[in-house]
Design a protein around this ligand. Structure first.
Ligand SMILES: [Zn+2]
Ligand SMILES: [Zn+2]
Length: 152
């Protein structure tokens, strides 16, 4: 997935967005919170620079999700179909976290890493060649490097 412009949106089409720069990294999180939040086995996201992201249609509904260290993140979803589209993480103003499933071509995204595998569903095995962390890495450098190696 190397194109410069990506589009995406919610399930019903009311909320649409565009990403005009390269994706910084993509990963999945298997923690129980992400299972609850997604209603599924894990969540999958890509990060883009905040300046490269814009909502082009609709007005996403905002929910402030409390974070483990008091850094709440701003979670956005469609007010009509409730599909989650993106978030502004509490740890950085520089990036936007986009739900991979919200991208029109999200199925082309392979995550560079799986986080919180110790809380993953019992049947889960990380795919071969993808980083896996029992919890989460201290910083994203190794994951970003693995992501870049895959895009090259
Ligand atoms: Zn919608
Ligand atoms: Zn998680």
């Amino acid at each position: 997935m190397t194109e410069r412009a990506l589009s995406g949106g919610c399930l019903c089409g009311e909320v649409r967005f565009e990403v005009t720069g390269p994706l910084v990294v993509g990963f999945a999180c298997c923690c129980t919170e992400c299972q609850k939040a997604s209603g599924s086995a894990f969540s999958m996201s890509v990060l883009a620079m905040a300046g490269d992201f814009q909502v082009t249609a609709g007005e996403p509904r905002l929910w402030m999700r409390p974070g483990p260290s008091g850094q709440a993140s701003a979670q956005y979803a469609c007010p009509t179909c409730s599909a989650r589209t993106h978030a502004r993480p509490g740890y950085s103003d520089a990036v936007v976290s986009i739900r991979t499933g919200a991208l029109d071509r999200g199925r082309e995204v392979t995550p560079a890493a799986f986080f919180w595998t110790r809380e993953a569903p019992e049947w889960f095995e990380p795919p071969e060649g993808v980083l896996a962390y029992e919890t989460q890495p201290a910083d994203l450098a190794e994951v970003v490097a693995a992501w870049r190696a895959r895009q090259a």
